[in-house]
Design a protein around this ligand. Sequence first.
Ligand code: FDA
Length: 389
Amino acid sequence: MHFETIIIGAGAAGMMCAAHAGRSVLVLDHAKAPGEKIRISGGGRCNFTNMWAEPANYLSANPHFCKSALARYTQWDFIELVNRHGIAWHEKTLGQLFCDGSAKQIVAMLLAEMDRVGAQLWLNSSVAELRKTDGGYSLDVNRDGGHRTLTCRNLVLASGGKSIPKMGATGFAYDVARQFGLNVTETRPGLVPFTFSDARFKPLSGTALPVRLSNALASFDEAMLFTHRGLSGPAVLQLSSYWHAGEAIRVNLIPELDLFTALRDQRQTSGRRDLSTELARHLPARLVDFLAPELALKGRLADQSDTALQTLCDGLRDWHLTPSGSEGYRTAEVTLGGIDTDGLSSKTMQAKAVPGLFVIGEAVDVTGWLGGYNFQWAWSSAYAAGVAI
Ligand code: FDA
């Protein structure tokens, strides 16, 4: 059986590419259903893009690589597609756009787009072997217990990264890339909670507050959540993509507050108030209790000198923590690193040295921030390959 184009992976990128790749397209996936990560994304509402997406929101060994694709298929193009399909949406925060209804609407939209151009979808299908032929590629495919050999002119790798192996994520795209001589950069989990082996934050589990979380490479002002295993929440997930094992992170627990002035003023008017009680007006009470020994919180406001208040505020503004690790691919939203962009055309996503081989989506060494940026990369890179085919 011959197809012009075979796309491996019916996820965000694979389905989007199929909708733009012209005629005679087959999308195959080893899963039972297409777009499973879309379905579970954004708490079931899919944060499908971000109004403010731009190249600065992406990590890659080559930060310029994503520019061309993102410019040619923008967030506004995807919003237009969503509108055309009558899917209602809203901005939650920071430009993040979610479906009002369900993420399943995005999956249905992509399937309808594939239908419109007559692309075929084979589920429960895995590739046993892949070879380069004179005019393209030959694939041995296992499907529903049977075995078939397929040929195609263009082969698109859209099988994603390694995050959430329970959902069928594999390193398949990386293996195929290496088979054809492409380089694969070091991969590691991104957008992932931090763990602390001593479970020190267990008493704070469930407590959340707005923080500024930083290391030498990046800084994020968003919420942080204490968990029984460590730290999570948007600020933590964001910083995790810039974190390397063994490094310390810095937490500013009072990013938007001039706490020193507030405490000094209170000392003036309510000096008899307990320092911890006063602090609990600005921070979660459980966190104040937790920090009390470390920050030597004791006595009344009136007992605190300016220097003591300043030392306290400095401590709250610059809390150094060293995570023992991360939760890994088990819960990571994305894989950092991947197929080296040096070997790919940024205009078409085609391998420079392997005609007819394209790589799109998360398999490529381009990773977005939390907040709809990763789906936007999937749409943009898929469109670039689709129109080039
Ligand atoms: P994707 O992983 O979507 O698709 C790959 C497909 O290939 C899958 O269908 C898989 O079954 C198939 N496959 C894998 N190996 C194969 C093999 N060997 N043979 C055949 N098929 C194979 N991003 C965002 O922008 N907004 C959000 O709200 C979220 N939320 C979110 C929540 C959770 C829990 C996760 C894990 C991730 C997110 N993300 C996200 C990230 C987003 O899901 C991710 O960046 C995109 O799905 C990547 O799209 P791809 O099409 O590249 O891979």
